[in-house]
Design a protein around this ligand. Sequence first.
Ligand code: I3S
Length: 132
Amino acid sequence: QASPPEEKTKTLEKAGVLHRTKTVDKGRRLRKKHWSASWTVLEGGVLTFFKDSKASAAGGLRQPPKLSTPEYTVELRGASLSWAPKDKSSRKNVLELRSRDGSEYLIQHDSEAIIGTWHKAIGEGIQELSAD
Ligand code: I3S
């Protein structure tokens, strides 16, 4: 039996450890960047960053941590994603995600291949939601 259409968007699309920092909170630029490695889940049009965890950074995909409280959840509907301009960070492979409510996040991974898969997955998530 086919599952109802709304079930489709609840499927886990991607999960892994990324470096991230929030730079703007609902239009208000934050004074300092606090980069941290965190377990990140893309599911049902929502990107969730879990609390910083040494275990999540070390374990990677093989060993998902006991899921702690989400620290940030970003609704992809109405969001936009681009490569961060160089003045936003000295790190390589940095994506900038802007949410509809005017918050901004930098997302980074040293591996170009890994950040590329996130770029694609988040970008597609945004596309799908804007098509509704
Ligand atoms: O935009 P900034 O101030 O160059 O960002 C850097 C700071 O957040 C820095 O923290 P401290 O001021 O406590 O050292 C971070 O360690 C750096 O990673 C930030 O710069 P990058 O270029 O890595 O995003």
